[in-house]
Design a protein around this ligand. Structure first.
Ligand code: ADP
Ligand code: MG
Length: 251
């Protein structure tokens, strides 16, 4: 696709313009305008209830917005859905659903299949490799519900890998997981970004933002700031985002 920008200017792969979302009349996100540059690892941070999950869901069209324009790769989400992988916040998912690890990862290959096409040898190989990358191949036949939080989250990362998407939206994938799983996930995501993919992650732990991310979006219903971590992660912006009481940082 031709672009009007010069080749040295990285394109924005996701733009959200003036997003407003309310739940039964109560405002959750107000006038949010953000852009996510290609091939970056971007975090979205903000206090509980500040609209982080809502922003991802609204971008994907999973919750209704009262206003706002969303573009992925300069297109409407419905045109490019198979290029977008999404891992929802874990507590909101139904863990009793009876499905094993391998089939969960295989689901990642479905968006690229033709209507009525079943996953075949190629798809099974993609799923197997994705599982190996998260070191979960020995758990292929286990039920998702029987895994630890970190193991579950690695399986969902594997499903996103199997989708071979160009942008990954991950809602707090590191929340409540073990350190080894966290390192595994970060390593994989950094490799994807190095290969030109874009990662957007809602993230709760401010202590490792500088280590993990290139770009940061700070929100509290409205946009506080966005930019490279080295410029945007200032005390002033943190106070504006989280309020004066920052005692909870890094816990
Ligand atoms: P975060 O992910 O930053 O913790 P959310 O986007 O989940 O915040 O929620 C933003 C606000 O919207 C909160 O006040 C929350 O209680 C409210 N909210 C979220 N989902 C719903 C829903 N399905 N129905 C009603 N209110 C909701
Ligand atoms: Mg959330």
């Amino acid at each position: 696709m031709p672009t009007t920008k010069g080749p040295s200017v990285p394109a924005d792969v996701l733009t959200i313009d003036n997003l407003h979302v309310s739940y039964r009349g109560v405002k959750a996100v107000e006038g949010l305008t953000i852009s996510i540059p290609a091939a970056t690892m971007t975090c979205i941070v903000g206090p509980n209830g500040s609209g982080k999950s809502t922003t991802l869901k609204a971008a994907l069209g999973l919750v209704e917005r009262t206003a706002g324009a969303i573009r992925f790769f300069s297109q409407r989400v419905d045109k490019v859905r198979e290029r977008i992988a999404y891992v929802p916040q874990r507590s909101t998912t139904d863990w009793d659903f009876p499905i094993n690890v391998f089939d969960t990862v295989l689901l990642g290959t479905y968006p690229k299949l033709r209507v009525f096409q079943r996953p075949g040898t190629v798809e099974r190989e993609i799923a197997r490799r994705a599982l190996m990358r998260v070191h979960m191949e020995d758990f292929a036949h286990r039920q998702i519900a029987d895994l630890s939080g970190g193991q579950q989250q690695r399986v969902f990362i594997a499903r996103a890998l199997a989708q071979q998407a160009d942008i990954l939206l991950l809602d707090e994938p590191l929340m409540g997981i073990d350190a080894a799983s966290e390192q595994n996930i970060i390593e994989i995501l950094r490799e994807l970004v190095a290969a030109g993919k874009t990662v957007v992650m809602v993230h709760h732990d401010l202590s490792n933002v500088e280590n993990y991310f290139d770009h940061i979006i700070m929100i509290n219903q409205r946009l506080i700031t966005q930019g490279p971590v080295s410029e945007a992660l200032t005390g002033q912006n943190l106070t504006a985002t989280f309020g004066a009481n920052l005692l909870g940082i890094g816990e």
